[in-house]
Write a protein that binds this ligand. Structure first.
Ligand code: SF4
Length: 376
């Protein structure tokens, strides 16, 4: 079973037509009901595509509904403060998506008069919009013939055509895009793209796909070979690194010290407790003291370990150690103009925090309501 050739484009037009018709007929009956499938508003379709890039449908849906309620139009999003946008996004992760949405909404209003652009070149000038998002929005909202290529579509294509080239390479991606473009139904590009993604998400799944009930099984080579899970071919993943992070819970009465992360950094624009990464061989308490010295110019005494939270990002994992701290020397002075605030515990809910920090805040609130737990 060696298929080392480029993607097979030798199927006849009749095969292509059979593939499209079977796929679209299946989609018409089996598509899942989702709020963004009940609108033709390009703003809402764009928002859903951005949310779904790194988030599962079930997780994205309540965020989508909340976001649309808060910012029902592109103008409303453009008018909003970034803090409010991030607050609505909190918990979804990949916060650059929210920052770019906000910037792009402002561009739609300022440059395109509030009308979402309908050409590939214009859509690609919006911050955060790449080939996938442009093709998805243009095909679904405007019926423009641009084929999408995401993880689900790649899985379907590599299986149907038995493409065993490594899918991470640029060369293979270009070939797959050519193939997707050739397969696209030019008369129904929006439905076709959604059907391909839906098939990958619900039938042509990464493991144990139920091929006998797949609508395109009659033209699928991987099914004919009895080896769907051999595709797509991916490079072995490197082990995920792990970092220990020490943060300080610095109190002034009932208020806690928080800082805002620079916008150009990971989790940019979110608030957090001051701290940072433990250096090799460094005791975790010392990492906390050093980070607060470097970030805020203060010397602190560690009173106790307040809590420990583990969290996994896409490319690394962290364990966050939070220490209750008392300032011994100095007054906190943020370095590099990073915004800093003293905030009552009850008001921390008004700020957008990364997930691990939010879990600490939930514990803080819980212990505050039950003071016997507070020094735990
Ligand atoms: Fe995927 Fe199986 Fe359908 Fe082929 S027949 S596209 S492997 S689900």
């Amino acid at each position: 079973m060696a298929h080392t050739d480029p993607p097979d484009l030798s199927l006849t037009d009749a095969h292509y037509d059979a593939f499209r018709d079977a796929l679209i007929a299946w989609y018409a009956h089996r598509k899942r009901d989702m709020p963004w499938r009940r609108t033709d508003d390009p703003y809402r379709i764009w928002l859903s595509e951005v949310m779904l890039q790194q988030t599962r449908v079930n997780q994205a849906q309540p965020y989508y509904e909340r976001f649309v309620a808060a910012f029902p139009t592109v103008e409303a999003l453009a008018d909003a403060d970034l803090d409010d946008v991030l607050r609505q996004w909190e918990g979804l992760g990949y916060y650059a998506r929210a920052r770019n949405l906000h910037k792009a909404a402002r561009r739609v209003v300022d440059v395109f008069g509030g009308r979402f652009p309908d050409t590939y070149e214009a859509v690609c000038t919006l911050p955060g919009v790449g080939a996938y998002t442009a093709a998805a929005v243009l095909s679904i909202a405007f019926e423009r013939p641009h084929a999408v290529l995401d993880g689900n579509v790649i899985r379907v294509l590599t299986r149907v055509f038995a493409i065993d080239a490594e899918v991470g390479s640029t060369r293979t991606r270009c070939r797959l895009q050519t193939l997707a473009d050739a397969l696209l139904d030019p008369t129904r590009p929006g439905d076709f793209n959604q059907a391909m993604m839906e098939l990958g998400a619900t039938v042509c799944t990464p493991t144990a796909p139920p091929c006998p009930r797949c609508p395109v099984r009659t033209v699928c080579r991987a099914f004919a070979d009895g080896a769907p899970e051999a595709y797509p071919v991916k490079k072995k993943k490197a082990p995920v690194p792990h970092y220990d992070i020490a943060v300080g819970l610095v109190f002034d009465g009932d208020c806690l010290l928080i800082q805002r992360r620079p916008e150009d950094k990971m989790l940019g624009g979110l608030w957090e407790f001051p701290g940072g990464k433990r250096e090799p061989g460094e005791p975790i308490e010392e990492a906390c003291r050093r980070e607060l010295r470097e970030e805020l110019g203060i010397e602190v005494e560690i009173e106790s370990l307040f809590g420990k939270v583990s969290h996994a990002f896409t490319h690394f994992k962290i364990t966050l150690y939070a220490f209750r701290c008392r300032i011994r020397i100095g007054t906190p002075q943020p370095q590099d103009g990073v915004p800093m605030r003293w905030v009552p515990i009850a008001e921390l809910a008004d700020y957008a925090f990364p997930r691990a920090n939010r879990r600490l805040i939930e514990t803080l609130i819980e212990r505050r309501q039950n003071p016997t737990l507070f020094d735990g």
